[in-house]
Write a protein that binds this ligand. Structure first.
Ligand code: HEC
Length: 150
C-alpha cells in the first residue's frame, strides 16, 4: 500500500514538473515572438522618423512603414495571452490584472496607427509628423503602465 502511494505521489510530482516546464517553454516562445514584433514596430516607426528628419528621398516608403505598424497593432492583443507574464519578459502583471485597461491601450494604438496610414496616403507631410507623434504617444502610454523599466 505504501508503495502504491509512493508511486502515485511520484507520478503526480513528475507530471507537475512536465506540465510546469512545458507551459514555461510555451511562454518563452511567445515572449520572444512579441518582443520581435515590438522591435519591428519600433523599427518601422524609426524608419519613418529617419525619412522625415533627414529629408530622405524615400517618402514613397512611408506608407508601407505605416501599414506595417498598423498590421502589428492588430496583432498586439493576441501576443499577451494569460499566463505569459513569467520568464524573460518585461510585461507587467498589471496587464492581466487590468485586462480591460490593457485592451483599451491596444485600441488606442490600433486607432492612431490606422490614422497614420490615412495621413500617409494623403501625402500631407506636416500632418504626418503630427500623427507620428500621436502614434508614438500610444506606445509610451502603454509602456508606462504595462512594461517594466530596464
Ligand atoms: C498595449 C501596449 C503596448 C503598446 C501599444 C506598445 N507596446 Fe511595446 N511593449 C509592450 C510590452 C508589454 C512590452 C514588453 C514585452 C515583453 O518583454 O514580453 C513591449 C516591448 C517593446 C519593445 C522591446 C522589445 C524587446 O526587444 O524586448 C519595444 C522596442 C517596443 N515595445 C516598442 C513599441 C513601439 C515603438 C510601440 C508603438 C508604435 C509600442 N511598443 C506599442 C506593450 C506595448
Amino acid at each position: 500500500m505504501k508503495q502504491i502511494i509512493k508511486v502515485a505521489a511520484l507520478i503526480v510530482f513528475l507530471s507537475f514538473c512536465f506540465f510546469g516546464s512545458s507551459s514555461l517553454a510555451d511562454s518563452k516562445g511567445i515572449i520572444k515572438y512579441r518582443q520581435n514584433v515590438m522591435k519591428s514596430t519600433a523599427g518601422h516607426m524609426g524608419a519613418i522618423v529617419d525619412i522625415l528628419k533627414n529629408d530622405l528621398p524615400l517618402q514613397a516608403h512611408i506608407l508601407d512603414h505605416a501599414r506595417s505598424i498598423q498590421q502589428n497593432s492588430k496583432m498586439t492583443l493576441a501576443m499577451f495571452p494569460k499566463g505569459t507574464g513569467l520568464g524573460n519578459t518585461k510585461a507587467k502583471p498589471a496587464i492581466w490584472e487590468n485586462w480591460s485597461k490593457f485592451e483599451s491601450a491596444v485600441q488606442d494604438f490600433e486607432r492612431e496607427s490606422a490614422k497614420l496610414v490615412k495621413v500617409a496616403e494623403s501625402g500631407d507631410m506636416e500632418a504626418l509628423a503630427k500623427q507620428v507623434r500621436a502614434t508614438g504617444k500610444t506606445c509610451g502610454g502603454c509602456h508606462r503602465n504595462f512594461r517594466k523599466r530596464d
